[in-house]
Design a binder for this molecule. Structure first.
Ligand code: AMP
Length: 191
């Protein structure tokens, strides 16, 4: 199996690039943010719980997120592999993902980290707010929270995969196509 983690701060382009990787490599795309938004829309109990965190730009607690992700993985019937987008966002989530994949006799192949400067991220999120209709993209205070949470809680996840020689940094600036080419090249040279 080819199992990729697409990593990076909010606005780095994880969603857009995941779609392209999914198509090229025939992977199942799992975005915890998308799954939460689906629950929010359906007004499930999980959606109502997640909303209190998402609206503030905070992380949904690990126990909730990990059990949701586990179900989404186990639901798949012999996939070629996964692209994890927006997960893991904390070191305990990364450890839980390793344990889950081990149970399935597989592991993470590569973590691809999209790197984009903070000022550019803020600009991209502001522009995205209109198209996405996401309230957490529209409010500068929430955006600032999300970036702060990323720097504090999520950035260290990089070290978790670097320790396993699985982390590759990718320049996330320039045209969408040029970023995609860099991602394809990094994956193809490692597999
Ligand atoms: P995203 O679409 O990845 O930007 O996620 C939107 C929001 O969903 C985040 O700001 C968090 O509140 C929540 N969320 C998504 N993925 C996770 C995760 N792995 N752990 C905790 N919270 C998450």
């Amino acid at each position: 199996m080819l199992n990729l983690v697409l990593f990076g701060p909010p606005g780095a382009g994880k969603g857009t690039q995941s779609e392209r990787l999914m198509q090229r490599y025939g992977l199942v795309h799992l975005s915890t943010g998308d799954i939460f938004r689906h629950h929010l829309k359906q007004e499930t109990e999980l959606g109502k719980l997640a909303k209190t965190y998402i609206d503030q730009g905070h992380l949904v607690p690990d126990t909730v997120t990990v059990s949701m992700l586990k179900s989404a993985v186990l639901e798949q019937n012999s996939p070629n592999g996964f692209i994890f987008d927006g997960f893991p966002r904390t070191t305990p989530q990364a450890a839980a993902l390793d344990r889950l994949l081990l149970e399935l006799n597989t592991d993470i192949t590569l973590m691809l980290g999209l790197e984009v400067e903070e000022e550019e991220l803020k600009m991209r999120l502001k522009n995205r707010a209109t198209a996405s209709g996401r309230s957490d993209d529209a409010d500068p205070q929430i955006i600032a929270n999300r970036i702060a949470v990323y720097n504090r809680e999520t950035a260290p996840v990089k070290d978790f995969y670097a320790a396993q020689q699985k982390f590759v940094a990718i320049d996330g600036t320039g045209s969408l196509d040029s970023v995609t080419e860099r991602l394809f090249a990094a994956i193809d040279s490692r597999t």
